[in-house]
Design a protein around this ligand. Structure first.
Ligand SMILES: *[C@@H]1O[C@H](CO)[C@@H](O)[C@H](O)[C@H]1NC(C)=O
Ligand SMILES: *[C@@H]1O[C@H](CO)[C@@H](O)[C@H](O)[C@H]1NC(C)=O
Ligand SMILES: *[C@@H]1O[C@H](CO)[C@@H](O)[C@H](O)[C@H]1NC(C)=O
Length: 406
């Protein structure tokens, strides 16, 4: 478990990171996990969403007629008042592996929007204009999957967020931004991943199964990734994405389990997980302290060391994975939560727990996460805030294992 978690953590980018963790879990506890998912999912049509596909011809998918119950409106959702959910997916050391938070999700909670929607939306709009298909594109063989995902969102969002989205005869309107999207008439007015980008705070990626049974990154809207670029990974297989990220022992330990997991994920499964990084600049879209987005040579080596604490940002992704029933694509959503470290450190237990987690990274993880650049400033600050919380009596001896459920 520890080894696998370690492998997962040192992966080179968020999608890789997600995939490997999924794989790790699948490899270790596939029987329990599959059982657990299929036992407990809400299904309107119970006979089809979980159909076994082990005997499928690789690359072929028979459309499944699968729908989930309509989601209820997000409780009390308000564009101005609903705050980003406080995901703090790190735990006390010394066992680093327990920070993995793979869990089953409900379909209702597929997409999370909050009072940062408009900020994300305008940043995405700007980047679509400037960077275009470097950030949003779809291979022809994934077009149906991208449209299917768009259709699912046009169904889901007005039910979940009725104060912002309304369904129309031809698609969906955003009554806040005034945008109207027609997804019925052809040709579509824009590439579907761009439309998806405008509807969500999340980045999105679709993996398609090839004739060789491998999964390929064939469609994406990757506008706020921080540390990786769609153009670098587009059309790559999961294996190549991992190999290019120099994942140790990927071939020996992970590849087979991962392929099996992907082939097994069914429309009635929904997988969620969260991860976290420290970033030493405040750029949500692209962490420019590791280099320019247009440079081929980016990495922690170019970042300035020992920046003051106000430049330390906590970046956490909440990822979902599900199978698209018609096209057979596997859709990821990657939602980034991004806060100054100084803000989250005000929360009870957080400074102590984060400091302990950062200290628990093994050497290679630390290299991957760039710890050397910020650890002295970050840990000194967190230790001080933790001590304050102890002195104020907020957190007892500070050793409680109270934690967020992620
Ligand atoms: C479930 O889907 C199958 C295949 O589309 C259909 O034949 C069947 O009537 C559906 N059952 C229910 C309960 O909706
Ligand atoms: C599907 O649902 C029907 C009606 O609720 C039930 O009778 C049947 O046993 C279910 N089938 C499976 C495979 O769960
Ligand atoms: C995508 O990758 C496959 C091989 O994996 C290759 O045959 C194909 O030409 C690639 N497509 C593009 C657009 O690069």
């Amino acid at each position: 478990m520890k080894l696998v978690a370690y492998l997962s953590e040192i992966l080179g980018n968020p999608i890789v990171f997600c995939l490997a963790v999924v794989t790790s879990i699948a490899a270790i506890s596939s029987r329990y996990y599959t059982w657990h998912l299929q036992k407990s999912y809400p299904r309107r049509n119970n006979s089809t969403g979980s159909k076994a596909t082990q005997k499928r011809t690789p690359g072929q998918w028979t459309p499944i007629d699968f729908t989930v119950p309509d989601p209820p409106p997000y409780p009390g959702w308000d564009l101005k008042l609903t705050k980003p959910l406080p995901y703090r997916p790190f735990k006390y050391g010394p066992n680093y592996f327990i920070t993995m938070g793979l869990r089953k999700g409900g379909f209702d909670e597929w997409i999370e929007l909050d009072n940062e929607f408009l900020k994300f939306h305008s940043l995405k709009r700007e980047r679509i204009e400037i960077r275009g298909d470097k950030c949003c594109k779809t291979a022809p063989e994934a077009l149906d999957a991208a449209i299917e995902l768009l259709e699912m969102l046009c169904d889901y969002l007005p039910k979940r967020y009725p104060s912002m989205f309304v369904a129309t005869k031809v698609g969906i309107n955003n009554v806040v931004t005034g945008e109207e999207f027609d997804i019925i008439h052809r040709p579509l007015s824009e590439e579907p991943m761009r439309t998806i980008a405008r509807l969500l705070q999340d980045d999105v990626a679709i993996m398609m199964e090839g004739d060789d049974g491998q999964y390929y990154l064939k469609s994406g809207s990757i506008l706020l990734p921080g540390f990786w670029k769609l153009e670098d990974k587009f059309n790559m297989s999961l294996s190549d994405i991992h190999t290019s990220g120099n994942v140790p022992q990927f071939k020996e330990k992970l590849e087979k389990g991962m392929t099996n997991f992907f082939r097994r994920v069914m429309p009635n499964d929904m997988v969620l997980r969260n991860n976290y990084f420290i970033q030493v600049d405040d750029n949500l879209a692209w962490s420019d302290s590791i280099g320019s987005e247009d440079s081929d040579n980016v990495g922690w080596f170019s970042a300035e060391k020992h920046k003051i604490i106000n430049h330390h940002w906590f970046r956490s992704e909440r990822q979902s994975l599900r199978r698209l029933p018609r096209s057979g694509g596997v859709a990821f959503t990657i939602r980034t939560y991004f806060h100054p470290v100084t803000d989250i450190a005000k929360e009870p237990y957080v400074p102590g727990r984060l400091a302990s987690a950062v200290r628990s990274w093994g050497d290679d993880v630390a290299v991957y996460k760039g710890r050397e650049l910020y650890q002295s400033v970050l840990l000194e600050f967190l230790d001080g805030e933790n001590q304050k919380q102890i002195d104020e009596g907020t957190i007892g001896d500070g050793k409680s294992h109270k934690s967020y459920p992620f």
